[in-house]
Each structure stands twice: as C-alpha cells, then as structure tokens.
Design a protein around this ligand. Structure first.
Ligand code: GLV
Ligand code: MG
Length: 306
C-alpha cells in the first residue's frame, strides 16, 4: 500500500460558523473537514460556501489535510457546492467528502464534475481526492465498487448516525455497545468497510461519537475500530482530538518494537547477515509475514511522528 497521510483525527467544522472555522486552524487534528452538509441548515448553505472558500484561501491550516464535505447527490445543492468551492479555492483543497454514497456511479459523477472544474480553472487534474461516506444499507452492499470507483478515492468513511437511522437500529448512542446485544453490533459494518478499503489500498475512517463531553466513552468506541485496523475517527469537539491521535497511533512501545523487528529482519536477510529467510529477535521468530505486520505498525508510528 502506498504511504498514506496520517488521518487519526478528522475534525468536523460547520461551514456556517466563521468563528469555528478560524479556531479549527490552530487545533492539532490531522484532518479538518469543513461541512456544507448536515451541520449546515439549508438556508445557511450559500453563506457557508462563501465562508469555506474564504477560510481556505486565508490559509493557516498548517500540515492539516483540508477537506470540504459537500451535500449528497439526492439534494439540489451538490453541483453548486463543488463548483463554488473548487472554483473559489481548489488549489487550497485536498479532498471533497461525498456523504450518503450508494453506488459507484455517484463517485464517478463527482469525479467527472471535479475534472471539468479543474480543467476550466487551470488546476492540476486529479489532485483533489474523494472521501466516500457509507451511511446506509445500499452503500454498504456496494462498498467494494464504491472504493474502486475512482483513483481519487482516498478514504471510505463510516457514517454511523445516518447508518443507524437508515437500518432502524434500536439505539440512540452512536457506536456504543447495547446491553441487549451480546457482541458488537457494528462489527460487521466496520469490517466490511475495512475490507473494501484495504482491497483498494485506501484508508478506513470511523465516524463520530456524539457524546462530546464523554472522552472515556469516545476512547472506548475508538479503540474497537483502531484495533481492527481503522486509520482514524471523526472528532466533533476539540476535547476528542488528543484521544483520537493517541488511540489511532501505535503505542511508543509497539512502535519501537516494530522498528527493531524491521532492523533484525533486514540484517538477517542481507548478505552480511547470512541471507537467511527468518531472523530471531530475542525469543521471537521473524519471517516475511511478521515483517509486513511490523511495517504496518512502523508506518503508522512514523506518520504520527513517533
Ligand atoms: C455522519 O455523517 C454520520 O451520519 O454519522
Ligand atoms: Mg451522516
């Protein structure tokens, strides 16, 4: 898999609130997404487009990945979201996030529109990526074709609130375990998204946790997707950022161990080390498969600056 940029924390910022847009610039999230969809009331959307263009052009986002979430294709807003934002600030934008994606055609439609706006405005064609949100049964059933629908796809994002509503889930707490279910009700959904993402070499991102003052609850939910292999999670509040950055990075101990495995394997397989097929690190035997596991942990640790 190509080395992908760190997306441990993905901060949601309503495009309709200039104060929040300004504040987000200084927060330590790996990614920000400036929202034109559900965090913006219908009447506020035209103003939010303008706020977002201004905030992107003003700069000051540091190393953060800058994303704008447009409205979904069933609304009347999507085309104007794309045109206004990309014409206005395309050079300052890394990705568009497309919510409620149900099939590959919706991704291709965005890809085609983006290509035209890029060409017409002298922007580098294909540079702006797409993040696809899976938020209903149709999207989950088609997630493999969605993940492969365009070279622009950078992440597949779980949208648990809309998803729970769309399948009539009998719970109001996003991502939490339920006392009446003996297991994790989200396991199948998360794994299906993760497999689709990994099969295409793109990132898998977990969605929001709405109880923003319950940072322990956030950590608990985040750990479950982090352990599966998810790359990061949405954060709705500055108080969740640090927890996400920690949970989705390997621990220092695991990171250091992974680098030791890589060094031991490199030495043992080299000519000077005897060109062996496996290595020993203390009592641990290391082969090509364990090298790959170590590479994942080391890669995440390096991207997180450990
Ligand atoms: C996010 O968009 C969600 O619906 O959870
Ligand atoms: Mg949603």
């Amino acid at each position: 898999m190509a080395e992908l940029r760190s997306r441990r924390s993905n901060l949601a910022v309503p495009g309709s609130n200039p104060r929040f847009l300004e504040k987000a610039k200084g927060l330590p999230a790996d990614q920000v997404f400036l929202d034109l969809e559900d965090a913006c009331a219908p009447l506020a959307k035209p103003g939010a487009r303008k706020n977002i263009v201004a905030a992107l052009n003003e700069g000051g986002w540091g190393e953060k990945i800058r994303v704008v979430r447009v409205n979904d294709w069933t609304t009347e807003w999507t085309y104007r979201d794309v045109i206004e934002v990309v014409e206005g600030a395309g050079a300052e934008l890394d990705c568009l996030m497309l919510p409620k994606v149900v099939d590959a055609a919706q991704v291709r439609a965005l890809d085609l529109l983006l290509t035209q706006v890029e060409k017409a405005n002298g922007l580098s064609v294909g540079r702006i990526g797409i993040e696809a949100q899976i938020e209903n049964a149709q999207g989950l059933i088609n997630v493999n074709e969605i993940a492969g629908a365009s070279d622009r796809i950078e992440t597949i994002v779980f949208g648990p609130a809309d998803f729970m509503a769309s399948i009539n889930m009998k719970s109001l707490v996003v991502g939490a375990l339920h006392p009446d279910y003996p297991g994790d009700p989200f396991h199948h959904i998360l794994m299906t998204i993760l497999m689709a993402a990994r099969a295409r070499g793109v990132q898998a991102i977990d969605g929001p946790f709405l109880q923003v003052r319950d940072v322990d609850g956030f950590r608990e939910v985040a750990k479950r997707s982090a352990v599966l292999g998810f790359d990061g999670k949405w954060v709705l509040h500055p108080g969740q950022i640090e927890a996400a950055n920690e949970v989705y990075a390997p621990s220092q101990e695991d990171y250091d161990h992974a680098e030791l495995i890589l060094d031991a394997y490199e030495w043992s397989t080299s000519e000077a080390g005897g060109a062996k097929g496996s290595a020993m690190l203390g009592d641990e035997m290391i082969d090509e498969a364990s090298r790959k596991m170590a590479l994942v942990v080391a890669g995440k640790g390096r991207a997180a600056g450990l």
